[in-house]
Design a protein around this ligand. Structure first.
Ligand SMILES: [Cu+2]
Length: 260
C-alpha cells in the first residue's frame, strides 16, 4: 500500500469517527427516549428549574444544560395542549433541586423528582378540559410559581363562534349569559382578573363537566378552549377552582339553543 493511499484511509477513518460518535449518541438518546413509553406515544420531556427571576421556578420544554441553565434562559411552559384520546406521556425531570410533580385533577399520585432522575407519567386524555400540573415539593422560594396547564381538547376544526369571558371578584362571570347553537364549534377565551386565594379561578359548566372544565386560570392569563355543545338547554357556569367567596358564589348561564 503506498503512502498516499494509507493517508487517505486514515483520514476517512478519522472523519467517520468524528461524525459517527455524535450520530451514535444522538441515535441512542432518541431510542432511549422512545423506549420509556409504548410505541406511538407522544412523549413530552419537561424539566423543572429553580432558576432566578424573571423566570424563577418554572417547568420548561427547552434544554436547560450548561450555560443555558446558568444564564436563566429556560423558557417557562405555560400550557401544554394535547388531543383527546391521544397516547401522551410526560417525561419529568429536574435540572437542579428536588422537585415533585402532580396533576391533581387527573391523578391522585404524586411523583418524586430528585435531580438526575426521570419519571415517565402517562396522561389520561379521555376527559377534555384544562388542568394544572404542579410541583408538590417545597423546592425553593419560587415553588409557588412551578405550575403549568395541561389542556385536553377534542380535535375540532376552526370555531364557528368565539366567546370572550372575564372572571373577576367584582363582576363574577362577564358576560353572565352566553348563548350558542347546539352543534356549533364554540371557542371560549376565558381571562381571569384575579388569582382568587392563590390558585387562580376556574370555568366549568354543569351538565358539561366532562367537556368543559378549565381549572387554575391565574390573574392576567387567558385560557382558550374549543368544544362542541351537543345537548340543548340552560346550564350553570361556575368556578371549578376554589377561589374565595366572591368567585365561588358567582354564577353565569350557558344557553345551548336547539338546532333549528
Ligand atoms: Cu416546588
Amino acid at each position: 500500500m503506498n503512502e498516499g493511499r494509507r493517508e487517505r484511509i486514515a483520514l476517512t477513518l478519522v472523519i467517520a469517527a468524528l461524525a459517527g460518535v455524535p450520530a451514535l449518541l444522538f441515535g441512542y438518546q432518541a431510542v432511549a427516549q422512545q423506549r420509556v413509553a409504548p410505541p406511538g406515544t407522544q412523549v413530552f420531556r419537561i424539566t423543572g428549574v429553580r432558576q432566578a427571576p424573571p423566570h424563577a421556578g418554572t417547568w420548561t420544554l427547552g434544554s436547560v444544560a450548561g450555560g443555558n441553565y446558568w444564564l436563566h434562559r429556560a423558557q417557562p411552559l405555560q400550557e401544554l395542549k394535547v388531543a383527546q384520546g391521544a397516547k401522551v406521556a410526560l417525561r419529568i425531570g429536574s435540572a437542579d433541586v428536588h422537585h415533585g410533580f402532580s396533576i391533581p385533577a387527573l391523578s391522585p399520585d404524586h411523583y418524586d423528582i430528585p435531580p438526575g432522575e426521570w419519571q415517565t407519567i402517562p396522561l389520561d386524555t379521555s376527559r377534555t378540559g384544562s388542568f394544572p400540573a404542579l410541583c408538590t415539593t417545597k423546592c425553593s422560594p419560587y415553588h409557588d410559581q412551578m405550575w403549568f396547564a395541561i389542556t385536553v381538547e377534542e380535535p375540532l376544526g376552526p370555531p364557528d363562534v368565539t366567546m370572550q369571558v372575564n372572571v373577576s371578584e367584582a363582576g363574577g362571570f362577564q358576560p353572565a349569559r352566553i348563548e350558542v347553537q347546539q352543534g356549533q364549534i364554540v371557542q371560549l377565551e376565558v381571562t381571569s382578573s384575579t388569582d382568587g386565594t392563590g390558585a387562580g379561578v376556574g370555568f366549568a359548566i354543569t351538565g358539561y363537566e366532562n367537556k368543559v372544565d378549565l381549572q387554575g386560570i391565574h390573574k392576567g392569563q387567558t385560557r382558550t378552549f374549543k368544544f362542541r355543545p351537543d345537548q340543548p338547554g340552560e346550564f350553570m357556569v361556575y368556578s371549578s377552582t376554589t377561589a374565595g367567596p366572591a368567585i365561588d358564589n358567582a354564577i353565569g348561564t350557558f344557553v345551548v339553543k336547539p338546532k333549528p
